[in-house]
Design a binder for this molecule. Sequence first.
Ligand SMILES: NC(=O)C1=CN([C@@H]2O[C@H](COP(=O)(O)OP(=O)(O)OC[C@H]3O[C@@H](n4cnc5c(N)ncnc54)[C@H](OP(=O)(O)O)[C@@H]3O)[C@@H](O)[C@H]2O)C=CC1
Ligand SMILES: O=C(O)CCC(=O)C(=O)O
Length: 417
Amino acid sequence: MLEASHVYFHQAADVLELPKHLRGILLAPFRVIKVVVVTEGDDGKLKHHHGFRVQHNRARGPMKGGLRYHPTVDEEESTALANLMTWKTAVVDVPFGGAKGGIDCDPHQLSEKELDNITRTFVGQVQDVIGPTLDIPAPDLNSNAKVMGWIMDEYSKFAGFSPAVVTGKPLHLFGAEGREEATGRGVMVVLEEALKDQKRSFEGLTVALQGFGNVGSFAARLMAEKGAKIVAVGDHAGGVSNAEGLAIDSLLDWARRHGTVNEFPGGDAFKSDDVLTWDADVLIPAALGNVLTGDNASDVRAKIIVEAANGPTTPEADHIFKQRGILVIPDILANAGGVTASYFEWAQNIQQFRWELDRSRAELTRIMQKAYRAVAEISRRYQVDLRTAAFVLGIRRVGEAAISRRCYTEVNHLSAL
Ligand SMILES: NC(=O)C1=CN([C@@H]2O[C@H](COP(=O)(O)OP(=O)(O)OC[C@H]3O[C@@H](n4cnc5c(N)ncnc54)[C@H](OP(=O)(O)O)[C@@H]3O)[C@@H](O)[C@H]2O)C=CC1
Ligand SMILES: O=C(O)CCC(=O)C(=O)O
């Protein structure tokens, strides 16, 4: 994933004609934190996991990005994802830099007490390098509002009451209306804009989704409300399809009760990975990275791919999609609704003021539409795909901030762009 994020960066840097040494400066992380998280398991035995926080760039503000709990979490993945966060926050123009991190654990195999313990131990180890004006974590794969509440509580023991140290918290614990649904809502909004460009709408549009967690489930529900048919959904345990459109509320209820969409009675079962090549107008990967590769890209049948997940497409697959005329709405634009609503939450926490849900939704829609339009305009002007255009926008904004702050004098080159 790190290699892929660099390939995409360089494609945009070529458009911007950035010299080599400036590319190196913009790609290098500001700080990489690695810790060994030692905790006592429910069986009384000591266990250890590895925790990472990569703080990539802070030219535009405090660093921001999720905390992921998954066995594959490592320094390389965290660095790639932190890098993407830097360009993503710039694409939606929220006042943050980029960071990302995680712990290489599998929450499905841990009790709540064990997960709480691991989270709090990790926070104790990084508390001096995170904070409301330094680095603000948020939910990501397998982490949720409850975990964010633990982070806030643990950090506050060191720094005093600090709700703004983390976003995506529960509503009753200084969370913000609209944050939970925001990433899925943002996915829906940018797809709606892309459809408008094609003089189409959600009515009758068929959609296949990989992942039915926070992002996938909200995106599915919102698109179905607009008239789309969600014809296939896959998660790690299996998939379910219905050519007439799955009943999303019943599917959500099933997934909540069974921990998977597998064996949902309102559709036909299929093998999990088949969702990626499902016969649908739109494919939405909303789970893991690197799932669309040179091996399966030629078999993808959708004409539009919306990257709700981070880094789902390898450069090889991306190239094949370009050749095949498949429109890819890239992660740093498509899933930026989450960090945008996190910005609202952070601002509300700092002001000790709460917004109504309607305000949050309206502001999110406005920002996502504006970001899509800005990216589409660059795509037209430079005759490049949406991914390259989004990177051009992100890199340019980060560069401009760096110049104004005099972070690196040589980045002045960017002011000519
Ligand atoms: N949460 C947020 O605000 C944001 C998230 N993202 C990105 O969106 C993606 C999903 O995050 P989120 O929804 O929060 O995570 P969740 O943990 O809430 O959901 C993840 C989903 O992916 C599924 N999944 C896991 N492994 C596989 C697999 N091998 N094959 C198919 N499906 C699988 C899970 O299934 P199961 O439950 O069966 O394991 C689950 O349905 C990630 O890439 C994340 O980085 C991006 C921006 C913001
Ligand atoms: O909400 C946030 O701060 C970050 C969300 C995130 O990790 C992402 O956009 O990938």
